[in-house]
Design a protein around this ligand. Structure first.
Ligand SMILES: Nc1ncnc2c1ncn2[C@@H]1O[C@H](COP(=O)(O)OP(=O)(O)OP(=O)(O)O)[C@@H](O)[C@H]1O
Ligand SMILES: [Mg+2]
Length: 233
């Protein structure tokens, strides 16, 4: 289990994300159905949490709540990077959009690269959304670190699955997010590529000092995490 966060306000805030008693319900016809109940955990900068559970237990839903795409129906999600603190679960849509653009990187199962942009343009997209043009070379250097220097000017469709996922990791990290959210990042890769992508995801998140939250049903991915949060029913 991850260590509890210190409560003293004068201490440097170590928990990038605090998740307390979070619940989410959807309407099934007219009837509300809770897909998440009483989920609590903390993630510090440089640490990792795996969200573990069979299909339909709410892993993607929880990542969406952490990224501010949706709001929970119970509990609280708090972001704190030392400079800025935000109760994500209570913030307006506009505030959550700014939080997501600036502080969150997403890696998806199916990569979600923009097919009409080159790999380099995909990586630079989050910077442009944040007005961070000065960091272009730093962001593009991630492609080199991830073994994709030769792919910069190519379109995503010409890359292998493993290459596309590595490009997606570069894109997720280019704007210097404090929180990295990955939704089954190896779900669409063969075993060898899954191992490689997992190792690179961990290495990059550690180097960037991100709090990494990974939804997975791959045991070898979950085993690498500092903490596993089980969402099994
Ligand atoms: N917008 C929505 N409206 C209604 N129900 C939804 C909505 N989004 C998700 N659900 C339901 O919530 C449950 C959890 O879905 P979610 O996608 O979070 O599961 P998951 O753990 O990510 O599954 P998988 O491993 O298959 O990706 C499912 O039963 C799903 O049908
Ligand atoms: Mg899912």
């Amino acid at each position: 289990m991850a260590a509890a966060c210190p409560e003293q306000p004068e201490q440097p805030p170590e928990c990038a994300l605090r998740v307390a008693q979070v619940g989410k319900r959807y309407l099934d016809g007219d009837a509300p159905r809770w897909v998440l109940r009483n989920v609590s955990f903390n993630v510090r900068a440089g640490r990792t949490v795996a969200l573990w559970g069979p299909s339909g237990t709410g892993k993607s839903t929880l990542l969406n709540l952490l990224g501010g795409i949706a709001r929970p129906d119970a509990g609280e999600i708090t972001f704190n990077d030392g400079d800025e603190a935000l109760v994500v679960s209570a913030a307006s849509q506009g505030r959550r959009t700014r939080y997501r653009r600036r502080h969150v990187g997403f890696v998806f199962q199916f990569f979600n690269l923009v097919p009409t942009l080159t790999v380099a343009e995909n990586v630079l997209l989050p910077l442009e959304l944040n007005g961070l043009a000065a960091d272009r070379e730093h962001a593009l250097a991630r492609l080199d670190e991830l073994g994709l220097a030769h792919c910069r000017e190519r379109f995503p469709a010409t890359l292998s699955g493993g290459e596309q996922q590595r490009a997606a990791i570069a894109r997720a990290l280019g704007h210097g997010p404090r929180v990295l959210l990955a939704d089954e990042p190896t779900g669409n890769l063969d075993a060898a590529n899954a191992r490689r992508v997992t190792a690179l995801l961990w290495e990059q998140a550690e180097r960037a000092g991100c709090a990494l939250v990974v939804a997975t049903h791959n045991e070898s991915v979950a085993e690498r995490a500092d903490e596993v949060v089980s969402l099994a029913v």
